[in-house]
Design a binder for this molecule. Structure first.
Ligand code: FE2
Length: 385
């Protein structure tokens, strides 16, 4: 016997017996709506739902995305799986029916249902019933959340009410996540535009900010840096020399040796850089990287003369990769050093210029770098990095 229907749910406002769990679920979701990781949010929702109504699976498909996120109850916990190539609008699929109707689809006996096709995992996991709820953002349908049950039997209106709550929370989380990603993309474009401005002023540094950023990320990953700290590093590394905008082009591009006075002017660029980005809220955490990327581990750097761990960790990372990239690039006053010469100088600078732990990790990583540079004779000044 076929049992499937489109229902208007959420009208039944009665609370199921396990009301503390429901309250906890709602409290939980409010706090994590700003998360970029919709998968983690769904995992927490699945666990909360499981304690309320014993669900066995939960899937999320987004319109226009071919991957589907599936959580399946195995033993005591939900295992996360990505189903690749899943198309939400398969003509005979149950998902399309739910989306076209714009209302939840309830199927209480999947084996007896002949109108729709189901993903292969439904049989594999022994799911017998499902509730598919369209995710709506404003007037736009953005995807579908499906709850799976291994047991068969009637699904009560209370259960449907809870699932509708989960769907609306998920829709909000997906939308937040998409907005945050867009915002982040805009931030990166802003940083890229600012970084490009440095290269107009100082053409010898073409590509320098980008390479420093790439090396810094690769090095930081080896220390387990991730998430917002990694974003800070990306911004700070890309903009570490932004203060050169405020330095005279005559000094920046001078082919010969700088006078002491000119060098004092160059040394102002970290402070100028920090001042420039201090007007931009989202760059707040990157300020210390810009200001302190010329500090030395032995305390003889500038502008603050910080030493050891007084120097912010991310600034210590940028310091090493900045030195490496600057050395292996041509400058108006010298040709590029070779890869090997630059690594040797980093080795020699351990404990003086550089944090030993970070410099050693960079040397270990250096086999991954394939940067080629022209060999250079000894005795070239390297003080103007
Ligand atoms: Fe610099």
């Amino acid at each position: 016997m076929q049992k499937s229907t489109h229902l208007e749910i959420g009208l039944d406002t009665s609370i199921p017996d396990a009301s503390p769990d429901l309250i906890e679920l709602l409290g939980d979701t409010r706090g994590i709506l700003s998360s970029l990781d919709v998968g983690s949010l769904l995992e927490r929702l699945a666990e909360a739902l499981e304690s309320l109504i014993r669900i066995d699976g939960l899937s999320l498909k987004l319109v226009g995305v071919t991957e589907e996120l599936l959580l399946v109850k195995r033993g005591e916990e939900f295992k996360r799986e990505i189903i690749y190539g899943s198309r939400i609008m398969t003509p005979s699929g149950f998902a399309q029916s739910a989306l076209i109707n714009g209302t939840p689809l309830l199927i209480e006996d999947i084996a007896a249902e002949s109108r729709f096709t189901f993903p292969t995992y439904v049989k594999r996991e022994g799911f017998n019933a499902l509730v598919a709820v369209p995710l709506v953002s404003g007037t736009r349908q953005i995807g579908l959340v499906t709850i799976y049950l291994r047991r068969s039997g009637k699904i009560s209106s209370n259960v449907l009410a809870i699932i509708s709550i989960v769907a609306s929370v998920t829709a909000a989380a997906v939308e937040n996540s998409q907005l945050l990603r867009q915002l982040e993309k805009n931030y990166f474009s802003t940083v890229e535009a600012l970084a490009a401005a440095i290269e107009v002023k100082d053409p010898y540094t073409r590509g320098h900010s980008k390479r420093v950023t790439q090396f810094a990320i690769a090095l930081a990953e080896r220390f387990g840096v991730s998430g917002s700290e990694m974003r800070t590093l990306q911004y700070g590394a890309a903009l570490h020399d932004i203060g050169k905008i405020g330095i005279s082009g005559k000094i920046l591009n001078k082919p010969g040796k700088l006078s002491d006075k000119e060098f004092e002017v160059i040394k102002e660029h970290p402070i100028i850089g920090e001042r420039i980005i201090s007007r931009v809220d989202f760059l707040e955490s990157a300020r210390s990287i810009v200001r302190n990327h010329h500090e030395r581990f032995d305390g003889t750097g500038y502008p603050d003369g910080l030493r050891d761990e007084e120097i912010p960790f991310l600034a210590r990372i940028v310091s090493v990769v900045d030195f490496f990239d600057a050395l292996t690039s041509d400058r108006p006053y010298r040709k590029a050093y070779s890869f090997e010469q630059a690594l040797l100088l980093i080795r020699e600078g351990i404990g003086r210029e550089f944090d030993p732990m970070i410099a050693k990790e960079f040397l270990a990583m250096s086999s991954m770098l394939d940067k080629q540079a022209e060999p250079l004779g000894p005795g070239m000044a390297i003080s103007r990095l």
